[in-house]
Design a protein around this ligand. Structure first.
Ligand code: PLP
Length: 409
């Protein structure tokens, strides 16, 4: 008799982002003539950078020729991509990695869940709150999250990101086995300083904690003092896995490509006290369960590191961060409290007290015809806020702020 993994039944039938889409669709049916300005959940409005597109054309030509056809012999990824990643993302920051420590993935979303395959189901977990909901949902389906009571999972330690702690929670007094950190953080936009990250690394070294460090937004960091990688902190290679993606920086949400760093120094303990090298274990797991990322996609990712690619991405980032700056300025002039927009292309906007983030979402939708994301979609700690994206064209951002002004008056 085939039996189900019943932990799946513990999940809500749909995630809260689907509820956002449903409400937008209902609005469109009721008011078909009204144009909505989307500052909500959808991705960047811009297309792929030209250097990426050119690289893909060349890669397709390679695949059509017998002598250059590529067979994707290693699911860990092509060395040409792993090399440029190390040379561009790590060496300039004084971090030395070898290609075998980089695993090309098809994005952070699947990878951060897949890592659970090699971790016991009874590890305790800690997540920043609010945060990318996927971190918790992956633990729900593997039985680590416990039961859902009063809007929270019983076995999850929610590490509050709030105004008082600058949205950067610090380690608790007690040990947690697996901790998810995201810096710069989606949705609040805060980033850990070196000193703060050092406290997390020291905590992990002391407690044998595994840190899963999501650095998907690192390219947006504006201040030279903020670490782009957790490996800028001494000792981090012993305790942390870092995940990055090309979706947020280079428009790869559809192409799907990212990478995971698992240093050789990182070991995980068995119940009887043996230490096992995570890198070797992950490599074995990938042999069994992962077919690798296509040659065309990896050529596209490598093109983001060419001189032209870097310049095109820099310009796109600057454009979106200028959107964020203008929106922050205009909202602040309206007397609205806004966070974020400094190291991520999102604004974390405080809403009036006694209004839920869903109520505010509906108010903006119907009164301003602007789509935002209700803060509580990202966890209980997101209540009291909504997120506005700056990953849009300038006209949409200006338009959204004008409509917001009229509505908030
Ligand atoms: N990490 C964070 C914090 C995100 O907000 C997102 C997407 O919104 C992702 C990862 C998704 O990355 P990918 O497209 O590589 O799956």
């Amino acid at each position: 008799m085939a039996l189900l993994n019943e932990y799946f039944l513990d999940l809500p039938t749909e995630n809260l982002f689907s509820d956002v889409v449903k409400k937008i669709n209902a609005f469109k049916i009721m008011r078909p003539n009204i144009r909505l300005t989307d500052m909500g959940i959808h991705d960047t409005d811009t297309s792929l950078p030209p250097s990426v597109v050119e690289a893909m054309h060349r890669a397709v030509a390679d695949m059509s020729n017998h002598s250059t056809f590529s067979r994707n012999e290693s699911e860990q990824g092509y060395e040409f991509l792993r090399d440029v990643i190390i040379k561009n993302d790590f060496n300039p920051r004084g971090i030395h990695l070898i290609p075998n420590e980089i695993f090309i993935s098809n994005g952070v979303k699947s990878e951060i869940g897949n890592i659970g395959d090699v971790l016991r189901g009874d590890n305790t977990i800690g997540v920043m709150d609010p945060i990318y909901p996927i971190y918790i949902e992956n633990n729900v389906i593997s039985g680590r999250a416990g039961i859902f009571e009063g809007g929270r999972w019983s076995n999850v330690c929610y590490m509050s990101c709030n105004e008082a702690n600058g949205f950067t929670p610090m380690p608790p007094e007690y040990p947690i086995d697996i901790v998810y950190l995201c810096s710069p953080n989606n949705p609040c936009g805060a980033a850990y300083s070196k000193g703060q990250l050092k406290k997390w690394v020291d905590y992990a070294l002391k407690n044998n904690t595994l840190i899963l460090f999501d650095a998907s937004y690192e390219a947006y960091i504006q201040s030279p003092d903020i670490p782009h990688s957790i490996y800028e902190i001494r000792g981090a290679k012993k305790v942390a896995i870092e995940l990055r993606c090309f979706s947020r920086t280079a428009g790869f949400s559809d192409l799907r490509c990212g990478y995971t760093v698992i240093p050789k120094e990182l070991t995980i303990q068995t119940l009887d006290g043996r230490r096992v090298q995570m890198n070797a274990l992950w490599s074995r797991r990938q042999n069994i369960r992962f077919g690798g990322v296509s040659y065309v996609t990896q050529c596209a990712a490598a093109a983001t590191y060419s001189e032209a690619g870097k310049e095109q991405l820099r310009q796109a980032r600057e454009y979106h961060m200028e959107n964020a700056r203008l929106m922050r300025r205009d909202l602040a002039n309206l007397g609205v409290k806004v966070y974020g927009g400094e190291h991520v292309p999102y604004l974390w906007m405080k809403i009036p007290p006694n209004t839920s983030s869903w109520e505010f979402f509906e108010m903006l939708l119907y009164c301003a015809n602007v789509i935002c994301t209700p803060g509580s979609v990202f966890g209980p700690g997101g209540e009291g806020f909504v997120r506005l994206k700056a990953l849009a064209n300038r006209e949409n951002c200006e338009n959204a702020i004008t409509r917001l002004k009229d509505c908030l008056k």
